[in-house]
Design a protein around this ligand. Structure first.
Ligand SMILES: NC(=O)c1ccc[n+]([C@@H]2O[C@H](COP(=O)([O-])OP(=O)(O)OC[C@H]3O[C@@H](n4cnc5c(N)ncnc54)[C@H](OP(=O)(O)O)[C@@H]3O)[C@@H](O)[C@H]2O)c1
Length: 414
């Protein structure tokens, strides 16, 4: 083990793990807005244990989950891990990335030192009884999000992952593009194709909230590829234009409506009528954007509290609202009459399984899915990138940060 502290981009000899490394990390005393929560520090480099891989990180993807981690809310991820017996009083975020396999622990299979890889964020216990009995790992009781619920994510010179989190890096991609599409791309893929029989079929209209966001930009393309008709919701004309450029057949500007959030109580007839009138107006906007009077077969949800009542109303008979997040809040109202009378489905969806992950990597590698990386930050800009997400001021698509990659545009270490 070498005592030298290597600067970002200055690669130690493969396998010779340095004692210390740089990490852009969160500490409990800095919990709050992302700009102040993240700071670059020097810490001990983790060692790969059994089945684990230490990756020299070239670039990292920026995702909303580390906005939550920085806020320390709704979950204090550091305290939660300490409760489980882990000693670290810091959190290294980053739930996806690209890099080079630097060192491997005992019993690692499928990857070797020197491999160029992309990293997925699902972490589970392969020896767990449920997984041994054949459950989808995403439904395992051991599932955790690496770089959120688990430490040593991609916002550091070295990341610690399990071997099954490493996938061959598509050779045509830059480090920064390779780092930033799996989490949103594969999550969107599971939402749209993982819940049979409610999967996107040719000709299906699909309503996509936050069409210009990380998930939304992936969802628009995935729906298009399957022959569906993506209708995106946005909050600005710039974002509308972006969605059209990705293949959205129509766009709705949500700022024209005001009925967001919790539903009024049904006993307040005036308030309920006003609310219903806005929901119906939004529904008419959907028809206009689609060019015909049909309801969405699938509603792609992640905005949560503000939008769920509208999603449940708009969704087609026998259709599905699939949700993976609650950006605007978690306490959302469902008018159960719409749910049962119209036999709709409200389906939670979280992460993605290995097959769904590989499907998305293959789509990107073959040029059928654009990773949509719109902005790349330097290592010290990781906090600022999360601040933009927090404030909904980000540019459309996905965002990445360079870690050890010296500049954008590079595709290989060689
Ligand atoms: N469970 C999982 O596996 C998983 C995976 C990925 C993401 N997520 C969650 O999904 C959410 C979105 O992630 P993302 O990466 O797509 O984030 P993002 O890039 O910030 O995009 C989210 C989009 O949502 C829209 N939005 C924000 N507030 C809204 C509101 N009150 N009502 C309607 N739309 C609103 C914004 O678009 P406009 O302002 O233009 O409408 C924004 O572009 C986050 O909460 C994240 O934690 C969960």
């Amino acid at each position: 083990m070498t005592k030298k502290l290597y600067e970002l981009g200055e690669m130690p000899p493969l396998g010779d793990v340095p004692e210390k490394m740089y990490a852009n990390l969160i500490r409990p005393e800095r919990f709050g807005e992302p700009r102040k929560a993240f700071e670059t520090e020097v810490i001990d480099t983790p060692r790969p244990g059994r089945g684990q891989v230490l990756v020299w990180v070239m670039a990292a993807g920026i995702n909303y989950n580390n906005v939550w981690a920085g806020l320390g809310h709704p979950l204090d991820v550091i305290a939660a891990r300490q409760k489980q017996g882990e000693p670290e009083n810091f959190h290294i975020g980053g739930s996806e990335g690209s890099g080079v396999v630097f060192a491997v622990g005992e019993g690692v299979s499928g990857v070797s030192v020197g491999d160029e890889v992309v990293l997925s964020g699902g972490l589970w216990n392969e020896q767990g009884e449920d997984i041994r009995l054949g459950v989808d790992p995403t439904l395992s009781s051991s599932l955790r999000a690496w770089g959120y619920e688990a430490n040593y994510g991609s916002f550091a010179q070295f990341a610690l992952v399990s071997d099954y989190q490493c996938h061959p890096k598509p050779k045509n991609l830059t480090w920064e593009s390779a780092a930033a599409f799996i989490l949103t791309g594969a999550t969107a893929y599971r939402q749209l194709f993982g819940w049979a029989p409610n999967t996107v079929k040719p000709g299906d209209p699909v309503l996509i909230w936050g069409g210009a966001g990380g998930l939304g930009s992936m969802a628009i393309q995935l729906v298009r590829n399957a022959g569906g008709i993506p209708i995106a919701v946005v909050s600005s004309e710039e974002r509308a234009e972006y969605c059209r450029s990705l293949g959205a057949a129509g766009v709705i500007d949500r700022t024209r409506f005001s009925h967001w959030g919790r539903m009024p109580d049904l006993s307040d007839t005036a308030a309920y009528a006003a609310w219903m009138s806005e929901v119906r107006a939004f529904g008419r906007s959907f028809w206009e954007a689609l060019g015909e009077r049909r309801a969405p077969r699938i509603v792609f949800e992640h905005s949560g509290q503000d939008t769920i009542p509208t999603s449940m109303y708009l969704c087609d008979i026998g259709g599905m609202v699939t949700i993976c997040g609650g950006t605007s809040g978690y306490a959302a109202d469902v008018d159960l009459r719409f749910l049962w009378m119209r036999q709709k489905r409200l389906q939670g969806s979280h992460g993605f399984n290995p097959a769904q992950c590989r499907a998305v990597i293959n789509l990107v590698a073959s040029g059928l899915l654009d990773p949509c990386v719109s902005r790349v930050f330097d290592f010290d800009g990781i906090g600022e990138a999360h601040q933009l997400l927090h404030d909904n001021q980000q540019q459309p698509g996905n965002m990445a940060a360079l870690v050890n990659a010296p500049r954008t545009g590079l595709t290989t270490l060689a």
